[in-house]
Design a protein. Structure first.
Ligand code: GLY
Length: 279
């Protein structure tokens, strides 16, 4: 008997009430049900979220303090594949470029101008991901920044998107994509593309994280959680222990599949959709 499962999230910080998250999980799930790979499934789900302006990834990404948009994305599988882009500009689907890094180069991550040049060489067209919503949010961020003497993370927006899946061949995959946090300097890279921080896969599972990337990187959150669970600790207890290390004002959430079961926890609202089947 085969067990297939996919779980998709739309970021931490605010409940998502639309129906695009359901479409994203359903389309990934139909790939799994027709014996497709978990990698194809998570990439499909994440591209749907990247294409929807309500999510802070691809179209709809946050603007940096200079008004530019730079995006991070990654893919990974339990078969040892990992590819990422960071601070890439003007592409519609950074997560597909991340896959190309893994498939078409000897590298694992390409950043900045190099990532955008690589995307063009791979045939990705110039694409404007900016939206009116992002411009308004940017204006608001600059106003708040000018009024305050201290840099503070803004809390009320949907963050990184991500997906994890298990296919009929027993392969786990994960995919992540983000427009980053606000406020954010040009060139800043968060946890989303970093293996062991915002994304992690190993023999028994796939994990993605969302939230304020700096702290997720310092804690190597997804790898640490995986290692603790793999030692035999109860997954939900492990996740709780690690999430509780973040103060409530620092948004963080994790979503994972371990040994065929989905687990998740966040310290602020986080919308998740799951589909699974055995056949
Ligand atoms: N988790 C998204 C970021 O920090 O960039």
């Amino acid at each position: 008997m085969s067990n297939v499962i996919i779980a998709v999230h739309g970021g931490v910080g605010k409940e998502y009430t639309g129906n695009v998250l359901d479409r994203a999980v359903d389309e990934g799930f139909s790939i799994l049900k027709s014996n497709g790979s978990s990698l194809d499934a998570v990439i499909k789900s994440v591209t749907i979220l990247e294409d929807d302006p309500d999510f802070n990834a691809g179209t709809g990404s946050n603007m940096r303090l200079d008004g530019s948009i730079e995006m991070d994305a990654a893919i990974a599988t339990s078969n040892g594949m990992y590819g990422a882009v960071a601070a890439i500009q003007h592409v519609k689907n950074p997560v597909i470029v991340a896959r190309k890094v893994a498939e078409d180069t000897e590298h694992v991550m390409i950043v900045g101008t190099g990532a955008t040049i690589f995307a063009r060489k791979e045939g990705f067209m110039d694409y404007d991901v900016s939206t009116e919503k992002a411009r308004l949010r940017y204006k608001d961020a600059i106003k708040q920044l000018n009024e305050s003497s201290k840099h503070k993370y803004m809390k009320k927006f949907l963050d990184t998107v991500g997906a994890v899946a298990l296919d009929t061949n027993g392969m786990y995959s994960a995919a992540t994509s983000t427009g980053g946090i606000s406020y954010m300097l040009k060139g800043r890279v968060g946890d989303t593309p970093i293996f062991g921080a915002g994304i992690y896969t190993n023999k028994n599972g796939a994990l993605v994280a969302t939230g304020i990337g700096e702290l997720i990187i310092k804690k190597l959150l997804t790898k640490t959680i995986y290692d603790d669970i793999n030692l035999g600790d109860d997954p939900d207890t492990v996740i709780k222990r690690h999430i509780n290390e973040f103060t409530k004002d620092i948004a963080v959430g994790v979503l994972l599949i371990y040994n065929g079961n989905v687990h998740n926890l966040s310290n602020q609202p986080m919308s998740i959709r799951v589909r699974s089947d055995s056949f």
